[in-house]
Design a binder for this molecule. Structure first.
Ligand code: PNS
Length: 162
């Protein structure tokens, strides 16, 4: 039987309810979903890769076909290596579109055998982003409606420390 594998890449710095919603929906469409903590060279992360992976592990533990991996390299190479058929990304407002479209085209050029699949965000997560979460938490604001309950304290503690 052919197994359909999808890769769900991102910085996840930290993972939000918006990401978790996308993992869940992707897990229903594919046999296996690999959440891939990837290096975005244009961003300076607040959480270490291990911290990010640990948080994702805790919020996806109930999703049987979701696994986590880390990449310090090209996404297209990884996708080819694991024989995935899709790169899944959540898409929010128009502002995401140009950047995501550019990456989708570049990845397709590098590895044409995988399709980028955009899942439209749930309306309640339309304006949610890791950077918004970080700013609110840094100034002691309430991030309960933005991140899973299991990692709420970790994020608040860590960001108010610095
Ligand atoms: O959550 P982000 O920061 O928007 O995700 C961007 C990410 C990590 C998916 C992107 O930067 C990426 O794919 N990085 C891996 C390196 C790579 O393949 N870059 C070329 C993408 S066209």
């Amino acid at each position: 039987m052919m197994r359909r594998i999808a890769v769900c890449p991102g910085s996840f710095d930290p993972v939000t309810l918006g990401h978790v919603d996308i993992f869940k929906r992707a897990s229903k469409m594919f046999d296996k979903v690999i959440v891939l903590v990837s290096v975005n060279p244009t961003k300076k992360p607040s959480f270490s890769p291990v911290e990010r992976i640990t948080m994702i592990e805790r919020v996806t533990s109930h999703m049987d076909n979701v696994v986590i991996d880390i990449l310090d390299g090209l996404l297209a190479d990884y996708v080819q290596r694991v024989n995935a058929c899709a790169i899944v990304k959540g898409l929010r407002a128009v502002s995401d579109f140009e950047y995501e479209f550019q990456m989708a085209l570049a990845n397709r050029k590098l590895y044409p055998d995988a399709e980028t699949v955009f899942i439209p965000t749930a309306s309640e997560n339309m304006y949610l982003s890791s950077s918004v979460v970080k700013q609110i938490a840094m100034f002691g604001g309430d991030i309960r409606s933005f991140v899973p309950a299991e990692i709420l304290d970790d994020i608040s503690k860590r960001l108010t420390q610095n």
